[in-house]
Design a protein around this ligand. Structure first.
Ligand code: GTP
Ligand code: MG
Length: 136
């Protein structure tokens, strides 16, 4: 069965949305097969966000993502990678559709960082890479 890597980001934890986000995963019929809470290190994030390390927003992204604990989740189900991306909504919460997590709970950018509550792997290959990284 296909698996994806999901994360409740620090703003999602701080704002008390862990339960709502987990409920959406389960309501959709995906199965949570692993879950843990941790505060990511800058080293872990540099690997996770390797494609972004040279972008202008990267320092703000690291500050945001190391600002507190996250919930790291492996979820499983048919086409869960694409399905979860759909449920998250667009990267920018201002543009994300109502009904999506980012559309329902995301409001604006704070400081330099685009806070958008959740992460989901963008492909099956990324999912495998990220699962190996976060659940080594
Ligand atoms: P992730 O699930 O976190 O990977 O989000 P995504 O796949 O929707 O977006 P992407 O991988 O392109 O970017 C990763 C994260 O970097 C985003 O979730 C944002 O928090 C942040 N980010 C992306 N693009 C920008 C940008 O243009 N400006 C700022 N400030 N942050 C950005
Ligand atoms: Mg991404």
């Amino acid at each position: 069965t296909e698996q994806t890597f999901i994360m409740v980001k620090p703003d999602g934890v701080l704002r008390g949305k862990i339960g709502d986000i987990i409920m959406r995963i389960e309501n959709k019929g995906y199965r949570i097969v692993a879950m843990k809470m941790l505060t990511p290190t800058a080293e872990l994030l540099a690997q996770h966000y390797a494609e972004h390390v040279n972008k202008p927003f990267y320092p703000a992204l690291v500050d945001y993502m190391t600002s507190g604990p996250v919930v790291a989740i492996i979820a499983e189900g048919e086409q869960v990678v694409a399905g979860w991306r759909h449920m998250m909504g667009e990267t920018n919460p201002t543009l994300a559709n109502p009904g999506t997590i980012r559309g329902d709970f995301g409001r604006e950018w704070q400081a330099e960082a685009m806070m958008n509550l959740v992460h989901g792997s963008d492909s099956v290959a990324s999912a495998q890479r990220e699962i190996n990284l976060w659940f080594a």
